[in-house]
Design a protein around this ligand. Structure first.
Ligand SMILES: [Zn+2]
Length: 241
């Protein structure tokens, strides 16, 4: 790892290099002065210093059914990550750093990064639930065996575009607090829902800990993610805002 640990690790490598010389002293007649062996009690415990030598691990991995993002920060800084779609007006708006700062105030850190990535890219998506990396329209393998093929659902592409949730399985996971309304929410924005459905989605539902996924579910039903109302609650907005 970079940072303050590196000098310590370099010290360990020097220690290891000195030990063989110290052990050879009784076997070689020499009048030259050898370095004083370091007492064994002063040798630091072994730490894998290969991280100083080998390149960092890739920020994505494939468990067998498609790539997943393992390290979000490293991924966003890597060549694996598509650049923001600045030719799209809405994506360009969301690509601003200030928008990410606003998302940090209402979502757990990694979910904020995922949502910021998805809203600032026209086609690239990271699933907020399973971290699958994919592009809209791409044929995805099934996340669970025995479940119907996810590409068969007619609203799959719409929901992937809205929330980034890659499959009905991941959507159900994100809807764990609103099971009765799953069919009424899937593939729909807020203005396409019945008022009672939207009110239900804005309630606490079952109140289970879902690591912020239900907040993503609600926010993504609004074109501006509801950030105006969330971050400026004292200001009244109408549709034109
Ligand atoms: Zn997923």
């Amino acid at each position: 790892m970079p940072g303050p640990c590196n000098p310590k690790k370099r010290k360990i490598k020097r220690t290891k290099a000195q030990k063989p010389k110290a052990q050879q002293i009784p076997e070689v007649i020499s009048t030259t002065s050898e370095p004083t062996p370091i007492p064994i009690e002063h040798v630091e415990p072994f730490e894998p210093f290969e991280f100083d030598i080998l390149p960092r691990e890739p920020p994505i991995y494939d468990p067998g059914n498609g790539p997943r993002v393992k390290d979000l920060h490293a991924f966003l800084a890597s060549s694996f990550c598509s650049p923001p779609s600045l030719d799209d007006e809405l994506c360009a708006e969301f690509a601003q750093e200030e928008l990410l700062d606003m998302l940090y105030t209402v979502l757990p850190h990694e979910l904020a990064l995922v949502l910021w990535h998805n809203k600032s890219r026209k086609f690239s998506r990271i699933c907020p639930a399973c971290r699958r990396l994919y592009r809209l329209g791409e044929v995805l393998s099934n996340p669970l065996e025995g479940i119907e093929q996810i590409q068969e659902h007619p609203l799959l592409l719409v929901e992937q575009d809205i929330s980034g949730l890659c499959s009905p399985v991941c959507f159900i996971l994100a809807s764990i607090n609103y099971p009765e309304a799953i069919r009424l929410i899937y593939g729909r924005m807020a203005d396409e829902m019945e008022d009672v459905t939207w009110e239900y989605l804005n309630s606490k539902g079952y109140g289970r800990d879902d690591a912020g996924l239900s907040m993503v579910l609600r926010m993504t039903r609004l074109h501006d993610l509801g950030l105006a109302q969330l971050c400026l609650p004292d200001v009244e907005f109408d549709d034109s805002d």
